[in-house]
Design a protein around this ligand. Structure first.
Ligand code: EPZ
Length: 422
């Protein structure tokens, strides 16, 4: 297993190109199952999660070509599609469950392995199941697989979600677009990745409105045609790299960054004495003055503060001037980066869903271990300003969501290198 070695203390200067959104692409790729005509995604990120989704779709019978080094996904599912999403692939990545809705819509049948838990929480599928059953599917759990059937086809319905689940919203939308009649999803997720999926489905001929709000209306159609769609900018990669100069000092311009994708995050950065400037090409970030200010953070579904930026924000607040409290309301176990940051000299007390961070002058490099995707990058961010060397192990987590991180940070002056595992 590879590790990443960071020698702290270098200020950053330069620009970082922000890639297409992993979490948009993982929902857009299964949409190819909804049409026999080709669906091509441009601006796709080059990540291991995308390669996993490619393998899954190919195992179902779809053709997926990663062109232009992976930036273009040319997909087609005109061939015979089989409904079985095997455990071996699904266990690697929870987002595999996003083939459930499209398979039901296309075939009226799906057998999708339960993804199994993951480090940040149990991550059940009850909302996905309820939402799809509201459209007439019958879903039962047998031998670790969800067996879903809609023998008479899917029928439009009104469904109100108890929680604005991103994945359940995506599965509902990709099923309802081919259901008979109209559907209404209430308390739908409002994330930019949902908006991007709706734009793509509309380009394929779907009739949808209300994306980005809590109520999405869908008028089912008989069939969808092919399309070419650009994947939206990755707001989580954007927020992650905006924190690099905030932590290490200096100034970095994140090319392709848009403030509307990270508005609540930018508000918090500015409250912490970090300057965010909208340039014509992206977002330029630097500290307003010497010390970062302490701020409190509560994660929430979009447009609230993103849970996927909580770990990275904690890395910033470890050396803030004062005490900050971070409340994680989306996942039940998303503070695993805290004990690793404490190994680097941070003062963090975790009680249930709250982490209290008392800022220290400077962290000290140490060997630390990545536990999940966003925790791993928070350790690298913290290491940029820590005294001495930090070796972050198990960086396969990192490769799921950040393409060429060491190159992107290295180009701005960070001393970051990959150490090949034995
Ligand atoms: C998506 O996961 C993202 N992944 C996650 O990003 C992100 O953290 C999450 O949304 C929240 O924004 C992708 O888009 C591929 P949810 P998803 O359904 O859809 C509970 C990353 O780091 N829940 O909105 O799985 C669930 O347990 C990843 O890129 C149920 O209880 O998130 C969690 O506590 C991590 N029952 C909460 O809702 C369900 O049926 C949010 O889950 C579904 C979810």
């Amino acid at each position: 297993m590879d590790s990443i070695l960071v020698r702290g203390g270098a200020e950053l200067k330069g620009e970082i190109e922000i890639a297409g959104a992993k979490n948009a692409c993982l929902a857009l790729m299964p949409a190819t199952l909804l049409s026999e005509e080709p669906l091509t995604l441009t601006n796709a990120p080059r990540l291991s999660d995308i390669r996993t989704m490619t393998m899954l779709l190919q195992s179902l019978g779809a053709e997926v070509q990663n062109l232009a080094g992976g930036k273009v996904q040319a997909m087609s599912s005109h061939a015979e599609i089989t409904p079985i999403a095997d455990y071996d692939i699904v266990r690697k990545m929870r987002a595999s469950n996003l083939v459930l809705g499209p398979l039901l819509a296309r075939l009226g049948h799906a057998v999708v392995s339960l993804p199994g838990g993951c480090a940040i929480g149990a991550r059940p599928m009850d909302l996905h199941i309820d939402a799809l059953e509201s459209l007439g599917a019958r879903i039962e759990l047998r031998d670790g697989y969800l067996h879903a059937k809609a023998a008479q086809g899917l029928k439009g319905a009104r469904y109100e979600m108890r929680f604005a689940s991103v994945g359940a919203t995506e599965n509902f939308l990709m099923a309802a677009v081919l259901a008979k009649g109209s559907s209404q999803l209430v308390n739908a997720a409002r994330e930019p990745e949902i908006v991007d999926l709706v734009k793509c489905l509309r380009a394929m001929g779907a009739q949808i409105s209300g994306e980005g709000t809590s109520t999405i209306e869908i008028q089912g159609v008989d069939r969808l045609h092919g399309a070419t769609h650009p994947v939206v900018t990755d707001r989580i990669e954007l927020g992650t790299y905006m924190l690099a100069p905030a932590i290490a000092g200096g100034e970095v311009e994140c090319i392709g960054g848009r403030r509307d994708l990270v508005a609540s995050f930018c508000d918090k950065l500015e409250a912490a004495e970090i300057e965010v400037e909208e340039t014509g090409r992206g977002l330029k970030v630097k500290r307003k003055n010497g010390r970062v200010g302490a701020v409190d953070v509560v994660t929430a579904p979009f447009p609230g503060f993103p849970t996927d930026l909580q770990a990275q924000m904690m890395a910033l607040l470890c050396t803030a001037d004062g005490v900050s409290v971070l409340e994680e309301t989306v996942f039940e176990n998303r503070f695993m980066h805290a004990p690793e940051l404490v190994r680097m000299g941070a003062t963090i007390d975790v009680h249930g869903g709250h982490a209290t961070v008392t800022g220290v002058e400077r962290l000290k490099g140490a060997p630390v271990m990545a536990t999940d995707l966003r925790a791993s990058v928070s350790l690298i961010l913290a290491a940029l300003a820590a005294e001495g060397e930090t070796l972050v192990s198990r960086v396969y987590h990192l490769d799921r969501g950040y393409e060429r991180l060491e190159e992107k940070l290295g180009a701005c002056g960070a001393r970051v290198e990959r150490v090949k595992g034995q």
